[in-house]
Design a protein. Structure first.
Lengths: 156, 156
DNA sequence: CAAGATTGAGCGTTCAATCTTG
DNA sequence: CAAGATTGAACGCTCAATCTTG
């Protein structure tokens, strides 16, 4: 395969980092999702939604704000919140001051689901990710990924 | 929210690493996919398939093997290969020796698509990921993510 | 029976269009 | 008109069932 455009191609080491990151990321999220679903019936995405709400003031966030935090298109969040509402884990609450706004609010039942899921999720994160890295390396990763967020957020 | 089970919860630092990794990973792949689709019409997943084939012997891989490499369920790969075949980027070739096996083989047209996409993809990876990390940190990340792959692969 | 691959039904996601309120 | 949120149609994905060959 030959390439035309002048491009700053990756070195062998850079390629290796990229490919191992790509693979690890896929395997890791697949595994965390699988374990969580098998033992609690909720997906990793839904866990993320519930967990974000649980630490928000009054356990509620506006749909737009929540979508930004969990990095989902608004229409996808609408659908997920529909599903979570059907299970009784979340309810929608109209905003008083801005009548366009709608809050997603964690219910007691949702808190229960989260309490069941949290140990499973955290054990998975620790076992497959945190404990696989040297402590010093964790700091390096946090630094890199902060920069990645900045970079992507600038270009949109 | 109160939790029952005894669990090795994450420290504040560990939580921060996890959350920034989670966010960066979502933003990064969303952005790379967006740029690639906007400028070439192929998705990041399809790019991955084409790129893996391009470096394989005879530019072909068996479906099972390809599915393992790109970390996709076989049925998903079947669907992606269907789509890529409709575009003429890939063709299916029956295996001679093992008549159960089917190769996905990159076509000349597929090579063309890849040559168009590669600079865009690589520039994105470099700009949003590689160049955001210190060189030393890249080594740390490769080490961590290798371990992550090992860990997940053991438990399935 | 096991391995390689595909199929179909049901579910999840996307994008543009729509509706409502600021 | 812009912002917050939802909708519907088209598309993509998943899981179990199926088909074929070893």
């Amino acid at each position: 395969v030959n390439f035309a455009e002048q491009t700053s191609w990756l070195t062998v080491e850079e390629q290796e980092v990229w490919l191992v990151f790509l693979r690890a990321q896929k395997l890791l999220f697949e595994q965390l999702d699988f374990e969580l679903r098998a033992r609690t019936g909720i997906t990793l995405d839904d866990y993320d939604v519930l967990a974000r709400l649980s630490v928000a003031p009054d356990r509620r966030l506006r749909m737009s704000e929540l979508a930004e935090i969990v990095v989902m298109p608004k229409s996808r969040l609408t659908y997920r919140v529909d599903q979570l509402s059907k299970r009784g884990y979340i309810k929608r609450v109209d905003s008083e001051d801005d009548k366009r706004g709608i809050f997603a609010e964690l219910t007691d039942s949702g808190i229960g689901a989260l309490e069941l899921a949290a140990p499973i999720h955290v054990n998975g994160v620790r076992h497959h990710f945190i404990d696989r890295c040297d402590t010093a390396h964790l700091g390096a990763m946090a630094a890199c990924f902060s920069k990645v967020c900045e970079s992507v957020e600038k270009s949109r």
